[in-house]
Design a protein around this ligand. Structure first.
Ligand code: SF4
Length: 249
């Protein structure tokens, strides 16, 4: 677009749900979502943190949600879950470098981090490229997928899924194949987020729900991110539960 002396208007960018599907789909690795996130930022907020500290911290859990903390009691919780940083990233607000350093400092020591927020997972893959990151779906689906049934809509957190697409695809396929389970990702990289930090007005949420439910019979919604269950139930009128609380219908 630069070559054609065109530019994307800020108004158009607000419609991006930051699902990350374009990063995963680009055949030459252009990472369009990274460019979108960088709009309005004075510097590249996704520069890696250079420190190569010894990883003495074991597995850390990055989630403010009590249900997740109960389920992952074997991991050490991080009190500072960086939700303000995720919101700033999503909204194109500048992030104070000291605040970012403060958030990252305990994470640098982790041998592995379980991350519940998809956008933070995306950003942490850039900030800490040498630290293994785990999504909730990656950890929970292999254990709980036998409770999924026809009529379930599995709502994965798109930026996390697309940030590690090649690895997560077979896990999701294996968990949902032959069960009649619907996904908010069609695994051809089309993704519809329900919640996005951006434009989460009632009208926008309803429009996204219409997209998700089009031509599908959905009886129940299973959310990877527990913070999504309230919104999912309100907008759909269906029961919605967190993947970690999955039980048979
Ligand atoms: S594919 Fe997703 S992240 Fe990329 S521009 Fe479209 S909505 Fe935004």
């Amino acid at each position: 677009m630069d070559q054609r002396q065109q530019s994307i208007e800020a108004r158009q960018l607000t419609y991006c749900t930051l699902c990350g599907a374009c990063d995963a789909a680009c055949p030459i690795g252009l990472r369009p979502m990274q460019t979108i996130l960088a709009q309005g930022q004075k510097e590249n907020m996704l520069e890696p943190f250079a420190a190569r500290a010894p990883k003495t911290g074991g597995e850390l859990l990055l989630s403010p949600n009590k249900a997740v903390r109960r389920s992952f009691s074997q991991s050490q919780w991080v009190d500072d879950c960086g939700i303000d940083i995720a919101k700033a990233l999503a909204n194109g607000d500048s992030i104070d470098s000291q605040r970012l350093q403060q958030f990252i400092a305990p994470l640098v020591l982790a041998s592995q981090i379980v991350v519940s927020d998809g956008l933070l997972y995306y950003a942490l893959r850039h900030w800490l490229p040498n630290t293994p990151l785990v999504t909730l779906a990656e950890r929970l689906l292999p254990k709980l997928h036998h409770h999924l049934q026809a009529g379930d809509l599995l709502l994965l957190d798109p930026p996390a899924f697309h940030a590690n697409y090649d690895y997560l695809l077979p896990i999701v396929q294996q968990a949902t194949r032959h069960k009649g389970v619907e996904l908010n990702l069609d695994l051809q990289r089309l993704a519809v987020s329900l919640r996005s930090y951006r434009l989460d007005t009632k009208a926008a949420l309803r429009a996204r729900w219409q997209w998700l439910s089009l031509h599908h019979t959905i009886n129940r919604i299973i959310c990877e991110n527990p913070d999504e269950t309230t919104i999912a139930a309100a907008v759909s009128g269906l029961p919605a539960l967190w993947l970690g609380d999955l039980e048979p219908l």
